[in-house]
Design a protein around this ligand. Sequence first.
Ligand code: SAH
Ligand code: SF4
Ligand code: F3S
Length: 465
Amino acid sequence: MKIPSFLDAKKRNKCKTSIIRNYIVDNKYINIGLNKKYFIRTYGCQMNERDSETISGILEQMGYEKVYNYMDADLVLLNTCAIRENAHNKVFGMLGRLKNLKESKDIVIGFCGCMAQEKDVVEEIINNKKFVDFVIGTHNINELPRIISECGDDRIIEVLSNSDYIIEDMPSKRESKYKAFVNISYGCDNFCTYCIVPYTRGKEKSRLKEDIINEVKELVNKGYKEVTLLGQNVNSYGKDLGYSFTELLREVSDTGIERLKFVTSNPWDFKLEIIDLMVNRKNIVPYIHLPVQSGSNSILKSMGRKYTREQYIELVNNIRNRVKGCSITTDIIVGFPNESDEDFKFTLDLVNKCKFDGAYTFIYSPRFGTPASLIEDCVSFVEKEERLSDLNKLINKYSLESNEKLLDKVVSVLIDNKSDKDNMYVGYTDTNKLINVKCDYNCIGKILDVKVTCAKSWSLYGEVL
Ligand code: SAH
Ligand code: SF4
Ligand code: F3S
């Protein structure tokens, strides 16, 4: 077994970010995957989805062919997420199934993504999951060809706690021909007290503006209709380079991409210039994901979020007043350590004031190594579950209200695919709402005007005009 030193995730290197260009899979690895099939399962957020596209690109350069059922694969990769306990559980459940498969078939099992950056998870794999052939971290997926070629009788564990480089020009097999994710920054420097991401993804590093613009231009040339700019905190993009997110957004908008989105916006450094741009640029869609996490000032403070409920509500009002029809979604955590009934009521009150178009809601999950996990908590899990259920009812009410406002209106929809179930096309409005569309010709990949005929809490139905 080969286990290089597993560095302490909290030790950050302050070096300047360097850029490695023109990545290619070395010739000696390009035949390793010939006549072999790979399966990759992705857990977690869009960062991981994008990484899986890169990993797929690398594997296909090595000759592997993609399959969508792990039972058919010679190489199975799990691209994991560490954000909450249940993300862990799903991955360990899948590992159990793979262990069984490996008893009947000769397969290589690889483990990557954010859980691979957690020391306790890696130790568990080393000691108790001996059927896992290799573990590779989030900072070194470029090493995948070598690691796959070296793992045989030896297991390989290669994880770096952080990296000071960005690799450009990695191969990529994008999932969609119409919608693309484009990374603008990697990592996160915020250290919200509950969150594991700064440890699993390392320090924040921005890609050069030119590299992002070139990637988007290339996508436009290939016929892509929508680009989503990705970063854990898009608003702090460029602070390590001396430019602003506003400048980047303006230039990406100038490429002529039909739809432009960005996630995730952080309330504390969301610049009002972004609202101006959204008002003036038709291709920046009226949709903002603006995680609030809690409506209580004291909880926001212990979470290390740098805004107050008042500032947040003011920002939401500002956006709604200026960007016509803007859809605003959020993330909310209930049951942060010692969240009182009163704190929770402040969250409900904030939801009543902001009337979100949608929200992802979670019960707080302690993450090993984060400051919040050390706080002694007096709130029972049952109480947390009740709060989550109350919150979800309120969220659903506003989400339905926001959808019902669209009844009989014409919305712009990018059609993604066709559902097998009811023979309808499925797409997203420019406000990021899921919509099922009746259409009598193949409209996949088109942006169409659709009249909304039915509204539910989490989806719309409509007909092409
Ligand atoms: N960078 C984004 C969030 C990425 S994580 C931001 O700052 O908004 C996605 C969401 O997972 C977070 O917004 C938060 O609501 C949730 N989350 C993160 N850590 C969590 C934890 N320990 N327990 C429960 N939910 C958590
Ligand atoms: Fe986590 Fe906060 Fe960074 Fe978002 S901004 S990834 S919640 S530490
Ligand atoms: Fe994303 Fe999960 Fe990692 S949310 S950044 S895949 S911990």
